[in-house]
Design a protein around this ligand. Structure first.
Ligand code: ATP
Length: 349
C-alpha cells in the first residue's frame, strides 16, 4: 500500500491533481497489485491568506510519513511569489533533501510542436535541486549609490555534484547510454571546472555511458535545433532550470510537462507535479489541461516501483490526446472533465 499526500494548491492546481487522482484510482482498480491511499491537504495561498502560513508549522513532520507527495501548483496574484515559493515548495524540497529535479521530455502523440515532421526527442533533464547558483550567500554594498554592487555566491559541494552526476549516469545507463553535462567553464572559472572535473571522475565508474560536456549556450541552441540528439542531460541548479524549460517548450504546450523532485535514497518522500503554475486566467473554468498532472502521476507510480502501471497511465493519456480529446490549449474543445474521463475509460476497459 502506497500512501500519497495530495496538495492541490492554488488556481488550477486542485483541478488538475483532482483529475490525476481519479486516473490513479482507475489504474489501481485495473491492477490488484496496485494499492494506493490518498490524503488531501488544503495548503497553499488560501491557507496563507487565512492563517498567515502556506502550510502548518508541522507540515514536514506530517508529510514525512507518506510515500510520495502529489502537488498541483502554488501561487496566486495576491500573494508575493517569494511567499508561496519559500512557504511551501522550497521547505519541502530542502527538508526532504530532494536533490534531483527530473523532467522527462517526449513529444506525446496528438500534441503539436514546433518540431512537427522532424526527429522526435525522448530525453531526460536532470537538474541539481539543492545548491549551486540558488544559494542565499551574498549581499549588496553601497546601496543607492552609483557604486552599488550586488554579489551572490554559487555553492557547489563535492557531495552535491557527485550525487547528482552519479544519478544522471545511472539513468543514462538504463536508457540509451548517452549523457551530456551542461557546463559554462569557459566563463565561470571556479565552480564550473569543479563540476566538469567531478563529471569526468564519476564517469570512470560508467564506461558503458558515452558522456560529454557541452557549454550551456551551445547546448541550448542544439536543443532547439535538434533535441532528438540527446538522451540524458545533467546540469547545475541554474543551468538545469533553464535547459529544462527550453526542452519543455520545444515539445509542446506548458500544460503537458511533468516534473519530479526526488530523494533517490528513498529516505524521504519525493514530490511529483506538473511544471505549470496556478494559471489564474483559466482557474475555475474547467478547461485546464490535466495532461501534465497525469504524466506526473505516471512518474510517481514509476518511482513507487509500479513501472507497468506507470506506462499504462502514460499510454492511456497519449491515446486520449492522439484520439482528439484535447483541451483548448492544445487546439481542442474538450474540458478537464472530458479528458479525465477519456483517460479513465481507457484504463478500465
Ligand atoms: P508561475 O509563475 O506560477 O509559473 P505563470 O503565470 O508564469 O505562473 P502558468 O500559471 O503556468 O505560468 O501559466 C502560463 C500560461 O499558460 C497561462 O496563460 C495559463 O493559462 C497557461 N497554462 C498553464 N497551465 C495550463 C494548463 N494546465 N492548461 C491550460 N493552460 C495552461
Amino acid at each position: 500500500m502506497a500512501r500519497i499526500a495530495v496538495i492541490g494548491g492554488d488556481g488550477i492546481g486542485p483541478e488538475v491533481v483532482g483529475a490525476g487522482v481519479r486516473v490513479l484510482e482507475a489504474a489501481a482498480r485495473a491492477d490488484s497489485s496496485l494499492e494506493l491511499e490518498f490524503e488531501r491537504f488544503p495548503w497553499g495561498c488560501e491557507h496563507y491568506l487565512k492563517h498567515g502560513r502556506m502550510m502548518p508549522e508541522d507540515a514536514l513532520e506530517t508529510l514525512s510519513s507518506f510515500d510520495a507527495i502529489y502537488l498541483g501548483a502554488v501561487g496566486w496574484p495576491s500573494v508575493p511569489d517569494h511567499v508561496s515559493l519559500w512557504g511551501l515548495l522550497l521547505p519541502i524540497r530542502r527538508g526532504f533533501d530532494q536533490y534531483v529535479n527530473l523532467r522527462p521530455v517526449r513529444l506525446l502523440r496528438g500534441v503539436g510542436s514546433p518540431l512537427a515532421g522532424r526527429a522526435q526527442p525522448d530525453l531526460l533533464v536532470v537538474r541539481e535541486n539543492t545548491e549551486g547558483e540558488y544559494s542565499d550567500a551574498g549581499g549588496r554594498l553601497h546601496r543607492g549609490t552609483p557604486h552599488e554592487i550586488a554579489v551572490q555566491e554559487s555553492v557547489f559541494t563535492r557531495r552535491g555534484v557527485e550525487r547528482i552526476v552519479r544519478y544522471a549516469y545511472e539513468r543514462a545507463r538504463e536508457r540509451r547510454g548517452l549523457l551530456t553535462g551542461a557546463t559554462k567553464s569557459n566563463g565561470i572559472s571556479v565552480t564550473m571546472p569543479f563540476f566538469d572535473e567531478i563529471f569526468r571522475e564519476v564517469g570512470e565508474e560508467f564506461p558503458e555511458v558515452e558522456a560529454s560536456l557541452m557549454h550551456a549556450d551551445a547546448l541550448a541552441a542544439r536543443l532547439v535545433l535538434d533535441p532528438a540528439a540527446f538522451d540524458v542531460i545533467v546540469g547545475s541548479n541554474l543551468l538545469g532550470d533553464i535547459l529544462s524549460e527550453i526542452t519543455a517548450a520545444v515539445c509542446g504546450a506548458i500544460g503537458i510537462a511533468p516534473s519530479a523532485n526526488l530523494d533517490p535514497t528513498g529516505e524521504h518522500p519525493s514530490l511529483f507535479e506538473p511544471i505549470h503554475g496556478s494559471a489564474p486566467d483559466i482557474a475555475g473554468r474547467g478547461v485546464a489541461n490535466p495532461a501534465g498532472a497525469i504524466w506526473a502521476a505516471s512518474l510517481m507510480l514509476d518511482h513507487l516501483g509500479h513501472g507497468e502501471a506507470a506506462s499504462r497511465v502514460l499510454g492511456a493519456l497519449e491515446e486520449t490526446l492522439a484520439g482528439g480529446v484535447r483541451t483548448p490549449d492544445l487546439g481542442g474543445d474538450a474540458g478537464t472533465e472530458e479528458v479525465t474521463r477519456a483517460v479513465v475509460r481507457r484504463l478500465l476497459f
